[in-house]
Design a protein around this ligand. Structure first.
Ligand SMILES: NC(=O)c1ccc[n+]([C@@H]2O[C@H](COP(=O)([O-])OP(=O)(O)OC[C@H]3O[C@@H](n4cnc5c(N)ncnc54)[C@H](OP(=O)(O)O)[C@@H]3O)[C@@H](O)[C@H]2O)c1
Length: 286
């Protein structure tokens, strides 16, 4: 049995890993920020002491706040990741690090998914800090980067849970319809991560991989699907990004595709099917 240490243990992806890893033959240990802080080298060294594999789900994920706190985002998403990579390298520990579609800056004219080999060009502070983290990790020669997009889960604050609660209380919602990406269940990504560890793909994986659910959507499409599956009596109107006063610019098109997932024998789940599972779990726990 191997010991898999997961950082960012209280976030939605780590919770999803804990959920799917219940049936794993390996031991998955979730560590909160208090137990392993990316900004505290000593706590990272302690955290990985008994690890056989490390998964980094920890990140500064507040896209809006990062605009005014780029140094804070860099400290966690770039410097913290660099420190973690060096610690893992010095112990020859496999490291899986999660990154984002927001390293790309897709304009509205783009119609083809971003592949692993495409150059990054982030347009907001969060995306820049995550791109720096990827670079630091790849330069260190340690670890695998998995980019994903538009994560949601039955746990923590996320778009799906927000739309579920708003649509239960209101008759009309207005949701941005000019940003396109791939809604991805954190449970789908968690299953992928657990499978590449448990089935030993990780030992031969190198560099960057894109993992999302299948298909694409705007936030408005995504919200409509959530409302439809929940059965809430709420209309979802389309609005533009410009109508929303957001601090951070968002890519109009950040659909990820993959030219490398075939190395891992992976079948993707259509995003609406993945959404149904998350809503079922939320409804069962209500
Ligand atoms: N959410 C998305 O839509 C999305 C899309 C693409 C990629 N990603 C990436 O996917 C990964 C997982 O995201 P998520 O949605 O699960 O995020 P999340 O729910 O916000 O969880 C992130 C966790 O990291 C912790 N954290 C923050 N700073 C830390 C530090 N210095 N040291 C240790 N832990 C720290 C947070 O703890 P506190 O609560 O104490 O701050 C939180 O528990 C991240 O790398 C993110 O960039 C997310």
């Amino acid at each position: 049995m191997r010991r898999v240490v997961v950082l960012g243990g209280e976030g939605q992806l780590a919770r999803s890993i804990a959920y799917v890893a219940q049936s794993s033959h390996n031991e998955y240990v979730m560590l909160s920020r208090l137990e392993a802080d990316l900004c505290d080298i000593a706590s990272l060294e302690r955290a990985v002491e008994c690890a056989d594999v490390v998964v980094n789900c920890a990140a500064y994920t507040n896209v809006e706040a990062a605009e005014d706190d780029y140094d804070g985002a860099l400290r966690v998403n770039a410097l913290g990741v660099k420190n973690l990579a060096q610690i893992c390298l010095s112990r020859s520990l496999p490291l899986i690090h999660i990154s984002t579609d927001y390293v790309f800056g897709g304009d509205a004219e783009r119609t083809t998914p971003y592949l692993e080999s495409d150059a990054v060009a982030p347009i907001n502070a969060y995306g820049r800090s995550k791109a720096e983290g990827e670079r630091a990790l790849l330069d260190s020669g340690c670890g695998v980067v998995i980019r994903t997009s538009w994560l949601y889960s039955p746990w923590c604050k996320n778009f799906c849970r927000t739309i579920l609660s708003h649509s239960a209380e209101r008759n009309v919602l207005s949701v941005v319809d000019d940003q396109r990406g791939v809604p991805t269940s954190a449970l789908s990504l968690a299953r992928f991560i657990v499978r590449i560890i448990d089935e030993e793909f990780i030992s031969s994986m190198r560099g960057i991989y894109h993992f999302t659910d299948l298909g694409d959507a705007t936030w408005c499409d995504f919200a409509r699907a959530i409302v439809e599956l929940s059965g809430h009596d709420c209309r979802v109107d389309a609005c533009t990004t410009q109508e929303r006063a957001m601090r951070a610019p968002r890519p109009s098109y950040s659909v990820l595709g993959s030219e490398r997932l075939n190395e891992t024998n992976t079948t993707l789940t259509p995003w609406r099917d993945a959404l149904r599972e998350v809503i079922d779990i939320i409804e069962r726990n209500l």
